[in-house]
Design a protein around this ligand. Structure first.
Ligand code: Q9C
Ligand code: ZN
Length: 342
C-alpha cells in the first residue's frame, strides 16, 4: 500500500491548546506522525511517497474564498495587530448574532471562521494544512489510476473542517477533497466512512445535500462528546441528499462488540447506496486509552475493523484523522491497514 506523506506537517506545531481552562501541550502534535511512521516501517510498509505541491484548484472549488484567504493571511494579520500569542478564537457569532458578515478586525475574523477555540493557528498552519491536503490528493490520484488502496498520512487532520470553518484540530477537509477527487476521477458514487471517535461534522456538512456522496460516521454521542452540536442519528441529509447521511452515535464505554455492529450497519448502508469508491476517515481515537475519548476498542479490534472494511472490496483511500494515545497511535493505525490487506 502506498503511503503519501509530507514532512511539511511539522510547520504546524502550536504550543497551546485551550483545555479545561488551561493552555496545555496540544493533543494533536507532530510526534503522532513519527509514531505512525515508525510502526509502518517496523511492519515493512515503507512505500512512502511525497505528494509534491498541493493542487489548490480543487480546494478553491470546495471551500469558501473568504475562508481560504483568512487561513492564508491570519498569522500576518494577527502579528500585525501586535498580538504576542498564538491565534485562539475568543468571540463567536452565537445565536441571534449572525449577520453573516466577516469582520475586518482579525480577532473578530478568527471567531467568525472558527467552530471551537481549542485549535490554535500559528505561522506554518496554512502551509501544513496544504501539505496535508496534498497527501489526500496524491493518495486519491493513485487509487483513481487503478490501485486498490492508498494511505494519506494527513496531519493536520480534516474531518471537523467545513468549507468555511476550522476547529477540532482541522483546517482543510482532506476526506472531502478525496471524495470530490474520486467523483471527478470517474466514480459515480462515493462513500465516506468516518471511524474517528469524533463526529465528522465537517464532512457531513459539505455533503449534506448531495446524493452522490454518502457519509457514514461512528462516534461518541453528541450529548457527551465533541463536536457536541451535531452527529445525532436523526441527521440523515437534506434536499437531494436525504438518506445519504448515516450517523451512529454511541455512549461512553462502548466496546468493540457494540461498535462493530455499527460498523457493519454503516457498511451495509454504503452497500445499499451503491458506492464505487470509499474514503475512510481513519481516526484511532476510539482506542480504550485515548486521553480525550470514551470508547473501549483494543488494538486487535482495529485489525478486525480493517478486515471488515477490506472485505468490502471497494477502491479505498485512507485519510488519517485523530488518535491521541501517542504510544499506540502507530500500532492502531497500522492494524487497520494490515487488517484491510489481510
Ligand atoms: N481538549 C480529531 O480527532 N476537543 N479532533 C478537545 C480536549 C476537540 C478532535 C477536547 C477534539 C477534536 C480530528
Ligand atoms: Zn477524533
Amino acid at each position: 500500500m502506498r503511503i503519501y506523506y509530507s514532512e511539511a506537517h511539522r510547520a504546524h506545531f502550536p504550543q497551546g491548546e485551550l483545555h479545561g481552562g488551561e493552555l496545555v501541550t496540544p493533543f494533536e502534535r507532530p510526534s503522532r506522525i513519527e509514531y505512525i511512521l515508525a510502526r509502518l516501517r517496523a511492519r515493512g510498509m515503507d512505500d512512502l511517497h511525497d505528494p509534491g505541491e498541493v493542487d489548490l484548484a480543487p480546494i478553491r472549488a470546495l471551500c469558501d474564498a473568504g475562508y481560504l484567504q483568512f487561513l492564508e493571511t491570519a498569522w500576518a494579520e494577527w502579528t500585525a495587530e501586535g498580538f504576542a500569542g498564538e491565534i485562539i478564537a475568543a468571540s463567536f457569532p452565537a445565536r441571534r448574532m449572525q449577520s453573516a458578515r466577516p469582520p475586518r478586525n482579525i480577532d473578530g475574523k478568527v471567531g467568525y471562521y472558527a467552530l471551537a477555540s481549542e485549535t490554535a493557528i500559528t505561522a506554518g498552519t496554512w502551509q501544513a494544512a496544504c501539505a496535508s491536503a496534498a497527501c489526500a490528493q496524491g493518495a486519491t490520484a493513485h487509487v483513481i489510476a487503478g490501485a486498490r488502496c492508498a494511505f494519506a498520512l494527513c496531519r493536520p487532520p480534516g474531518h471537523h473542517a467545513t468549507a468555511d470553518m476550522y476547529g477540532g484540530y482541522c483546517f482543510l477537509n482532506n476526506a472531502a477533497l478525496s471524495a470530490e477527487a474520486m467523483r471527478a476521477g470517474g466514480a459515480a458514487r462515493v462513500a465516506v466512512l468516518d471511524i474517528d471517535f469524533h463526529h465528522g461534522n465537517g464532512t457531513q456538512d459539505i455533503f449534506y445535500d448531495r446524493e452522490d456522496v454518502f457519509f457514514a460516521s461512528l462516534h461518541g454521542a453528541p450529548e457527551d462528546a465533541f463536536p457536541y452540536y451535531l452527529g445525532y442519528a436523526d441527521e440523515t441529509g437534506t434536499g437531494a441528499g436525504v438518506g445519504a447521511t448515516a450517523n451512529f452515535p454511541m455512549p461512553p464505554g462502548t466496546d468493540y462488540p457494540e461498535w462493530s455492529l455499527a460498523l457493519d450497519d454503516a457498511l451495509a448502508r454504503i452497500r445499499g447506496f451503491g458506492a464505487d469508491g470509499l474514503v475512510v476517515s481513519l481516526g484511532v481515537d476510539a482506542y480504550k486509552e485515548d486521553p480525550i475519548s470514551f470508547f473501549k476498542l483494543d488494538s486487535p479490534d482495529f485489525f478486525d475493523a480493517g478486515r471488515r472494511i477490506g472485505a468490502f472490496g471497494l477502491p479505498t483511500v485512507f485519510c488519517m484523522e485523530g488518535g491521541y494515545s501517542i504510544e499506540n497511535v502507530g500500532i492502531n493505525t497500522v492494524n487497520v491497514l494490515e487488517g484491510f490487506l489481510a
